[in-house]
Design a protein around this ligand. Structure first.
Ligand SMILES: Nc1ncnc2c1ncn2[C@@H]1O[C@H](COP(=O)(O)OP(=O)(O)O)[C@@H](O)[C@H]1O
Ligand SMILES: [Mg+2]
Length: 370
């Protein structure tokens, strides 16, 4: 019996846009269907040309159509939406609800995501480096991960992830995240030029973080890592207040002084009801190219002292090595590139520990599809 267009559309209903979390049929993304005997050609219109998720669409469409009796071959082609079509998609994602309601639905999505803030007592201790490497490590362990760069003034995630492009807007409310290493992220740095000074004041900063959380279409994430602003100043506090009941990882260097400063973050976390999962001691020792020895150039014990003070564990000690810095500079976090490196192994260990201490929540509707 000949394959019909209806059969094809019916089969494609199970293919979801991974970011928008709705079926491509419902979102009107299936632009064209050609049936030639057992050969079906489908054109999918992407929200963004050169969409980083193309390969996922391709696989999902092939898998869905492979189940239709009589289908022998599937060809997937891609087109790009016009601005009007994108606006129509945004309206559908919103479900015809006014803007305020869309926020709620995005929030509901976020409630399934485990949010882990990466905090530090001061800048320059390696908080952002830790964030990107933990994200890549969690991804390697099989979890879906996103990153919010909440260090608005000192953003560095786009460079460290190696993608400086701007996020695409679906409409005036909805942003699609930027992708690198199969990880979606958003940063103030994605919205301005790198050398441009950001002079927004407090309320604007809060607004921006809120938009990062609520207006970016994150899709289904197991973990959302937040690179927090350093210290316990206004910005750090307002972000902490926006994310009550989330988990924190504290990054410190081994110096006693750094650990002391970091312990103030602990007091702030207690006030905002944030749980400290553990301490990551960064630059714990220097690994040179010449010998196997660990050089404790910043002293020893800061991480342990801080963890004891906060009643948690040191979940990893990351060595100071040129390879970590180089990876950050060129947008290739060391975990992505050199998995066997001692530093990468330390990040992977930290990620395993985090997944154990704060396991991902189950996506029930995902199970239904299976
Ligand atoms: N373990 C490490 N080994 C070598 N360089 C590091 C390490 N951790 C961080 N760095 C480097 O130190 C600098 C500051 O790190 P960064 O992650 O930007 O700190 P923060 O976000 O806390 O300000 C960066 O140049 C980074 O590449
Ligand atoms: Mg930083």
């Amino acid at each position: 019996m000949a394959i019909t267009r209806e059969q094809v559309l019916e089969a494609l209903k199970v293919v979801n846009d991974p970011e928008l979390h709705k079926s491509i049929v419902e979102l009107d993304m299936v632009k064209d269907i050609q049936i030639d005997g057992g050969h079906v050609t489908v054109t999918v219109n992407l929200t963004v040309p050169g969409c980083p998720l193309k390969h996922r669409f391709q696989q999902d469409v092939e898998a869905a159509l492979g189940k239709v009796p009589g289908v022998e071959r599937v060809t997937v082609q891609f087109g790009a939406m016009t601005d009007e079509e994108r606006a129509a998609v945004a309206a559908k994602v919103r479900g015809g609800e006014p803007h305020g309601e869309a926020r709620k639905s995005t929030m509901a999505l976020a409630s399934k995501t485990t949010i882990i803030g990466v905090a530090s007592g001061k800048g320059g201790v390696g908080k952002s480096t830790t964030t990107v490497n933990l994200a890549v490590a969690l991804k390697k362990l099989g979890y879906s991960v996103g990153i919010i760069d909440a260090d608005i003034y000192g953003f560095s995630i786009p460079r460290m992830m190696g993608n400086m492009s701007r996020p695409q807007a679906l409409d005036d409310q909805m942003l699609l995240p930027v992708w690198a290493h199969d990880i979606p992220f958003i940063s103030a740095g994605s919205l301005v030029n790198e050398d441009q000074a950001i002079i927004w004041r407090g309320p604007m900063l809060g607004k921006m973080i809120e938009q990062f959380l609520l207006n970016v279409q994150w899709g289904k994430l197991d973990y959302l890592l937040i690179d927090l602003p350093p210290g316990t100043g206004d910005v750090a506090l307002s972000v902490a207040q926006m994310l009550p009941n989330t988990d924190l990882v504290l990054v410190t260097t081994p110096q006693a002084a750094a650990a002391q400063v970091a312990s103030r973050v602990g007091s702030m976390a207690a006030k905002t009801n944030q749980r400290i999962l553990g301490v990551i001691e960064n630059m714990a020792y220097f690994l040179c190219d010449q010998c196997e020895k660990k050089h404790f150039i910043f002293g020893k014990g800061g991480g342990q002292a801080l963890a004891a003070n906060l009643g948690c564990e040191v979940i990893a000690e990351i060595p100071l090595t040129a390879d970590v810095r180089l990876g950050s500079d060129v947008g290739d976090p060391i975990v992505a590139d050199k998995e066997d490196h001692p530093a990468a192994q330390a990040y992977l260990q930290a990620a395993r520990k985090l997944a154990e201490l704060s396991p991902p929540k189950v996506w029930t509707d995902e199970l239904k599809v299976l």
